[in-house]
Structure formats: structure tokens, C-alpha cells
Design a protein around this ligand. Structure first.
Ligand code: ZN
Ligand code: ZN
Length: 158
């Protein structure tokens, strides 16, 4: 488990971020909530453990989503252009989810899995080598193990 740095920004450029932490996994979610949020066919999540977050240029705005599980999701976005940047379960500060489309460093991050395929858009083709779940996985252990075995890394910090 090594520390990496992830930098990115919102669409208008008002908010820039630099996040250091350990990447746990990256996956695509095809649930209807993510489709609506992204205004597209699916959402993506890059989970960072023990994130050290630096934000410059402005302050993100927060919207709380009440999830069916009873948990609350803090959804953070640029107040000017509305780009969604981060998700975090309220009360669980040890993991931050970055919306990886906002990353600015050139990279080739590939999702190791796809969840909520039961509601995916019919035209979306899924990599047969990726982990696949019809709904929410019971645990994310396999998604994290697949990420640990893949070779997708940002600049290491040490
Ligand atoms: Zn913006
Ligand atoms: Zn989703």
C-alpha cells in the first residue's frame, strides 16, 4: 500500500485539488443515481484511503444524499460550474471517493469492475475481464484486490 498523489480540477477551473493517499480501487457504477448525477451512462469512483486533501481556488459546495442503506453521502462540487468532484460517506473520513474524470494528470486508469449492471444502458459494452455485479457488491474486497494486482499508479510520494 503506497502513498500516491492525485491532482485535478473542476470544469471551469475555479477549484483545484491535490489529494495524497492510498488508492484502494476504481470502478464504474451503472445505477440510475450515477447516471443522473453524471448526465451520462455511468459514474466512476476512485477510492482513496486516509486522504490528505488540499483544495485551492475556492470552496466546494456540499449536497447530502440520503442513501437507501440509511447512510448519508456527502457529495461535493464546484459552486460555479457544478462539476462533481468528491463523494464521502458522512462519518467515514478515512475514505474519499474522487470522481476520476476530474483528474488532470495524464494517466490510464482503467476501472477494475462494474457495479449495478442490472440498470446499465443497453449499448454499454463491459470488458469481460472486469469484475461484474448486477447490483451493489456485498463487499468491495474483490474490487480492492483486483486494483492491488493491477498496475495503475499515480506519482508516488515519498
Ligand atoms: Zn468549476
Ligand atoms: Zn451508482
Amino acid at each position: 500500500m503506497r502513498q500516491e498523489v492525485f491532482e485535478g480540477q473542476c470544469q471551469c477551473g475555479a477549484i483545484h485539488y491535490r489529494i495524497a493517499g492510498v488508492a484502494l480501487t476504481m470502478f464504474a457504477c451503472h445505477c440510475t443515481e450515477c447516471q443522473r448525477q453524471a448526465g451520462s451512462a455511468f459514474g466512476m469512483a476512485l477510492w482513496i484511503k486516509q486522504p490528505v486533501v488540499e483544495i485551492s481556488g475556492g470552496t466546494v459546495k456540499e449536497w447530502i444524499r440520503h442513501m437507501p442503506s440509511g447512510k448519508q453521502m456527502s457529495c461535493q462540487f464546484c459552486p460555479d460550474c457544478g462539476t462533481r468532484l468528491f463523494h464521502k460517506v458522512v462519518g467515514q473520513d478515512q475514505v474519499l471517493s474522487i470522481k476520476p474524470g476530474t483528474l488532470s494528470q495524464p494517466r490510464t486508469l482503467v476501472p477494475v469492475g462494474h457495479i449495478w449492471l442490472g440498470s446499465k444502458q443497453k449499448w454499454t459494452t463491459i470488458d469481460p475481464n472486469a469484475l461484474q455485479y448486477a447490483g451493489n457488491p456485498e463487499t468491495f474486497d474483490a474490487l480492492m484486490a483486483a486494483w492491488a494486482n493491477a498496475d495503475f499508479h499515480a506519482a508516488a510520494v515519498d
